[in-house]
Design a protein around this ligand. Structure first.
Ligand code: ZN
Length: 348
């Protein structure tokens, strides 16, 4: 048992009437019908008192501590905190606190932030989704970001690509996003390529060596998804795609090559030539794009750090934006899919 058990300082304890709650949200820990003894017990869990002192004072102390520990609410204040680069702690203190909520055997909040700093994440396509993703990755403290796009910033992009400014209009998106990222977070290493994606090999050359890939490219429709999928399978890198158009926004599925269903397992590819050539007027709202980009980055951080299991692993999160309804669709690995033969993969 812990030498000096205390309630994790990241959790707020609130007493409302005779209900004491620890943490917030739908899964917060609640103690109903609290009495003075329980309040005194909780007050003693400030990290200053030893396990023995607590158990000696409260006859049920041992049992109560066990219950709190089962909900991961306790930390041993006798154990010194893991050393960390002071800059990481100063800048990402609040995010490290968020990770600390998930601390358990084998998961350390400060090491999680260091893991992000040492990670490389590639974003294919710097449109509405890609520019939002890159900005969020930079905010989260990803140390190395790789991106690829060939387009220039236009006025029509500004409502959905909110990290571009009016002064960026006419500039290459790779140039504009690099300017934004480096002014926002000078510690991030950026590698952005002004290139149009035309094959699996184009994607592979950019993403190889990355720890995670985001597919945020939507043209040519479906073929770009095919290229990103095959490049990620070949390079054996986990990836996810996001989309937001008309009333449908989507995150996932997140793919771990060889372990979870890939995009070809879903039977989406390839498609009929008619659809490939079919043009449509994109209906996009910036808020919806930012919503799916935020969810995707959060889920990726789960995978990279291990603070929790990504909810979109092998599943697609579909969001009906009219009803703001969230639905998960689970996928299965297709027995004869290309993702079973990663090593012998041949280029499309
Ligand atoms: Zn597959």
């Amino acid at each position: 048992m812990m030498k000096k058990p205390g309630i994790k300082s990241e959790y707020i304890c609130i007493l409302q009437g005779n209900i004491l709650s620890i943490g917030r949200g739908t899964d917060k820990f609640k103690i109903e019908d609290v009495n003075d003894e329980i309040i005194n017990f909780i007050e003693m869990l400030d990290g200053e008192h030893t396990y023995e002192d607590i158990c000696n004072k409260f006859p049920l102390g041992k049992k109560w501590l066990q219950q709190l520990d089962e909900f991961d609410l306790l930390r041993d204040f006798d154990v010194p905190k893991t050393p960390i680069d002071p800059y990481l702690l100063k800048r990402w203190d609040r995010q490290i606190n968020y990770f600390a909520l998930f601390e358990r055997e084998g998961f350390n909040a400060r090491k999680a932030q260091e893991k992000l700093k040492n990670s490389t994440v590639a974003v294919v396509g710097i449109g509405a989704g890609g520019s939002s993703l890159i900005s969020l990755l930079s905010a989260a403290g990803i140390g190395n970001i790789v991106g690829m796009d060939f387009d220039t910033v236009e006025e029509v992009n500004l409502p959905s690509q909110i990290f571009f400014k009016e002064s960026d209009i006419g500039d290459l998106k790779v140039k504009a996003i690099k300017k934004h990222i480096t002014s926002f977070n000078s510690s991030v290493n950026c590698e952005f390529y002004n290139k149009r994606v035309e094959s699996t090999e184009d994607v592979y050359e950019i993403i190889k060596g990355a720890d995670f890939v985001f597919d945020a490219i939507d043209e040519p429709l479906y073929y770009s998804a095919l290229w990103v999928t095959r490049a990620c399978l070949k390079a054996n890198i986990p990836y996810v795609s996001i989309g937001s158009s008309d009333k449908a926004s989507r995150v996932g599925p997140m793919v771990i090559p060889g372990k979870t269903p890939c995009y070809e397992c879903l039977g989406l590819l390839p498609i009929d030539k008619f659809f490939y050539e079919h043009k449509y007027d994109a209906a996009i709202m910036g808020a919806n794009v930012l919503m799916v980009a935020s969810i995707a980055v959060h889920e990726m951080i789960k995978l990279l750090t291990g603070f929790a299991t990504p909810s979109v692993l092998g599943k697609t999160l579909h969001i009906n934006t009219e009803k703001m309804a969230f639905d998960y669709i689970e996928h299965a690995i297709k027995p004869d899919c290309i993702c079973h033969s990663l090593i012998t993969y041949e280029h499309a």
